[in-house]
Design a protein around this ligand. Structure first.
Ligand code: IPM
Ligand code: MG
Length: 370
């Protein structure tokens, strides 16, 4: 049996703990049925950590994340913490983890599963078979750039400012991730910035172009301005394979892309750091949906995005492709059998809650592995 794999599980707030409970069952199933064991620690983040410890994430939690082989994250935030100071909000937890662990490549797939093609607000013909991977830079850009702040001017007005900044190295390392992914997919990368108005965008374009020509001549590279990309994603989303972009544009475009699928509750994500010489890298996996405080505690949240985040964890942190595909297949089969949580409910389908959906996935796993 291979050595234990160390996971840090951070359920967070809102529906995070409910959907994570179902994933824990999947992890237990893997322990029992597959040749792998997971050593799991769990900790508080976000509002849950604010309530108990007075801050959204403690240095100790960050140290535990650093020591783990992978972090499985739920979601953070809720109205009860909205009025805290800017540096005390629950969201700080995820930003601090990205920053402190150097998780610079945020992989956000937007996939339309066949059983859910009607869930999109776009016409089925436009989104059928959609499979986009957005690679969002996640430790730089305007999210972290200095100088930043709010200052008071001589005339008493206030001035708020942030800085968009990217270095050659930051652009190259995230572009490499995109090119490598494209090689395993359809072989196309679209790099997105605003080179028409921003110097940092112009540098981005030059660096990606040079890297593509030097190291990835086999990958077809195109460039697009971010506003045009937003428009093209809605007009004809299947033109994209891999999209690579900076932190802020990636934040916006990945929300847009996820909604093309009509089912935010279905989409996982991975955030990866640089691999060291032994191939080990820090990594965090989380669903794209937020903490959904409006439905928290009701037992109706969709656990599939959190499960699919665990599948991504198996694939990207442990190269367990077969097991990842098994979980993905189990989720798709459960949908094909007609079960739906409220967020993806459609006429003629059977509406179920979080726990029933979780149990159905386990039964499907039993069947597939029989
Ligand atoms: C995301 C979220 C975060 C971000 C927030 C919670 C800080 O919107 O992961 O996309 O803006 O990066
Ligand atoms: Mg976002």
């Amino acid at each position: 049996m291979p050595a234990n794999k160390k996971l840090l599980v951070l359920p967070g707030d809102g529906i995070g703990p409910e959907v994570m409970r179902e994933v824990r069952h999947v992890i237990e199933w893997m322990d029992r049925r597959r040749s792998v064991t997971f050593e799991i620690e769990e900790d508080l983040v976000g509002g849950a950590a604010i309530d108990v410890r007075g801050m959204p994430i403690t240095p100790d939690t960050i140290a535990r994340a650093r020591a783990a082989d992978a972090v499985l994250f739920g979601s953070v935030g809720g109205p009860q913490w909205d009025n805290l100071g800017f540096d005390k909000r629950p969201e700080i937890a995820i930003l601090a983890l990205r920053r402190e662990l150097g998780l610079f490549a945020n992989l956000r797939p937007a996939i339309v599963l066949d059983p859910l093609v009607e869930a999109s607000t776009l016409k089925p013909d436009v989104v059928r078979g959609l499979d986009i991977m957005i690679v969002r830079e996640s430790t730089g850009g305007i999210y972290f750039g200095e100088p930043r702040g709010v200052e008071t001017l001589a005339d008493g007005q206030q001035r708020g400012f942030n800085t968009e900044v990217y270095t050659t190295h930051e652009i190259q390392r995230v572009a490499r991730v995109a090119f490598e992914l494209a090689r395993k997919r359809q072989g196309r990368v679209c790099s997105v910035e605003k080179a028409n108005v921003m110097e940092s965008g112009l540098l981005w374009r030059q660096v990606v172009t040079a890297l593509g020509a030097a190291e990835y001549p086999d990958v077809s590279l195109s460039h697009m301005y971010a506003d045009n990309c937003a428009m093209q994603l809605v007009r004809n989303p299947r033109q994209f394979d891999v999209v690579v972009t900076g932190n802020l544009f990636g934040d916006i475009l990945s929300d847009l892309a996820s909604m093309l699928t009509g089912s935010l509750g279905m989409l996982p994500s991975a955030t990866l750091g640089q691999a060291d010489s032994s191939g080990r890298r820090h990594a965090l996996y989380e669903p794209i949906h937020g903490s959904a405080p409006d439905i928290a505690g009701k037992g109706i949240a969709n656990p599939l995005a959190q499960m699919l985040s665990f599948a991504m964890l198996l694939r990207y942190s442990f190269a367990m492709e077969e097991d990842a595909a098994l979980i993905e297949r189990a989720c798709t089969n459960v949908l094909a059998s007609g079960l739906r949580t409220a967020d993806i409910m459609a006429p003629g389908m059977a509406k179920v809650g979080t726990q029933v959906m979780g149990e159905a996935v386990l039964r499907e796993l039993d069947k597939l592995a029989a």
